[in-house]
Write a protein that binds this ligand. Sequence first.
Ligand code: NAP
Length: 431
Amino acid sequence: MNQHTTLTLETLQTSFLKWRNFSLNDRISIVKSIKEKLLQNKYKYAHAITTDMNKPIKQAIAEVEKCAYLCEYYIEKAPQFLQNQEISTNWQKSYVAFRPLGVLLGVMPWNFPFWQVFRFVIPNLLTGNVFVLKHASNVPLSAQALDDVFNVDTISFPIYKNLPINSSEVAQVIAHPIIKAISLTGSENAGKSVAETAGKYLKKCVLELGGSNAFIVLNDADLNYAAEKAVIARMQNAGQSCIAAKRFLVHENVYEQFTNLFKQKLEGLILGDKYDEKVTFGAMAREDLAIELQNQLEQSIAMGAKIVSGGKRNGAFFEPTLVTNISIDMPVFNEETFGPIAAIMPFKTIDDAIVLSNKSNFGLGASIFTANPEQLTNYLHLFDEGALFINEMIASDPHLPFGGIKNSGYGRELSHFAFYEFANIQTVVIQ
Ligand code: NAP
């Protein structure tokens, strides 16, 4: 490990010994300063995101604002979530307290370079942990901006530091005794590698990995509404979202009508200069990612898939694309397509739709559109998913736990569950 990394870990360990003695109120006041700094500099931070990974500026501003919203949520809720929980036992008094673990390592992706980091850091900072963060190598401006935003003037020591290292150096950092636990958001391969090293050193990790969410349209759904949601659910962030809808399963009676509506609404996306606030659809983050997506599309076409709309690539720009004539062995169905390709497939019955939905190695979420949500009551337990949204696209919201099963990883972020992943849940008994 290089000397800079060692020094950074030692600095954060010193910070932890101070930060854990702060009262919750004092920690909350630091999160308030972070939130204010975010909002005061939102255009500057959004510019860094857009420059790094091509997200249209309006969506980058929205990402920064969402981070402020998350701060607001935890500022309000932390006293309730982190208070000691009394438990009735045969002893005079017993309770559970939530203690910090120490210096945590975050390994984060480029697709939501602020949001992914905020949802890991803020609740765990309030518990009393401090952070080193290895950000994706293609978002250096965002990584620097985050270093700026978390180190506010109202605190005299660092509680967060960017680690400018390669992914090949992550294992050494995990192994270091100062690191107490790890959170990784990224691909399956990165997850396997981090989990292997964490296991070797008996350190806990949370893994937020890929997804290939199904978007199910039943024959009684409001098709116009469902098609509007479908466009956002698939094309937001140029399709580069773990919770994006990737596989569209549509009842055979409404399949053609829905496909036409979907195609028509795709034409409403506004393409253009990424710094123009009117633009709603931009290039992918890197050309190599767009080439990878093109390969998945070409292989699927060779297996019989048909392009209904889009399909062309120019550098990192990939057209919003709809494909039909899908079979379950095609890459657009059985792999994660991390870009703007929607694969649409008909089904006959709800049971068939559930089988297709579950035919994925991932298990992050599924959404179902119907005029009669009650009819789903006896089906929801059959979905192998971390989240189910009825008549809504899957979203991450501070109020709700977020995370997956199967190859989508393990552990949860957001809501009160976020506090339980990186806290020592300490039992105290007094007699
Ligand atoms: P990635 O290539 O796995 O990179 C994610 C982070 O892990 C980066 O910081 C990367 O560093 C690092 N990394 C890569 N290989 C590693 C290894 N072997 N050991 C340790 N660290 C490693 O993923 P990505 O392309 O940035 O992000 C896309 C993936 O993330 C998709 O699969 C997406 O679904 C998933 N994702 C999941 C969630 C969720 O909450 N479930 C949210 C967002 C994204 P370098 O950049 O230096 O390689």
